[in-house]
Design a protein around this ligand. Structure first.
Ligand code: S3P
Length: 172
């Protein structure tokens, strides 16, 4: 079976829904952020602080190339993984791309107390989310085979919605 690739902004629920979806489907769960940290032996915030975003993106791209070698996985991608077109090409070859769409307000609500995301380490977090999402939304929408709006859904509902849409996609 093809892999299922979850994309979307930080706080859109890729990891929580991805883990559950993998469990339900009997797939392996893979998280590019976790794997990048494992390969670097450092947390993402340390990588950003010590070596900058471009270096992080290089590591992330290497991880993308690595994860696509296996099948039967749900792959949760870091929110910026689709910024490099080579990553998009690679991911599209091996999986169905699911965009977990979320409003800026919901994203803010979900991540406001979490400090682990270097790109949101700014004074006006809400404004940063709005601007970054505006820059990226088009990419997420264009790359996706399936879009699920997670703004008003629980994790279980997101998983169910993905399953329904995957089934539909397979039978269309
Ligand atoms: C990033 C998203 C993060 C992580 C890094 C950069 C981004 O992953 O890869 O902090 O550019 O959107 P999550 O989307 O899992 O938070």
């Amino acid at each position: 079976m093809k892999n299922i690739v979850l994309i979307g902004f930080m706080g859109s629920g890729k990891s929580s829904a991805g883990q559950k979806l993998a469990h339900v489907l009997g797939y392996e769960f893979t998280d590019t952020d976790a794997l990048t940290e494992e390969r670097a032996g450092k947390e993402i915030s340390e990588i950003f602080n010590e070596s900058g975003e471009a270096y992080f993106r290089d590591l992330e791209s290497k991880v993308v190339k690595e994860v696509v070698l296996k099948k039967n996985q749900v792959i949760a991608c870091g929110g910026g993984a689709v910024l490099r077109s080579q990553n998009v090409t690679t991911l599209r070859e091996i999986g169905i791309i699911v965009y977990l769409k979320t409003t800026p307000a919901k994203i803010y609500e979900r991540i406001k107390f979490l400090k682990k995301r270097p790109l949101l380490n700014v004074t006006d977090v809400e404004k940063r989310i709005i601007n970054l999402l505006a820059e990226r939304e088009k990419i997420y929408e264009t790359v996706a085979d399936i879009v699920v709006d997670t703004s008003n859904l629980t994790v279980d509902e997101v998983v169910e919605e993905i399953r329904i849409k995957l089934f539909k996609e397979k039978n269309d």
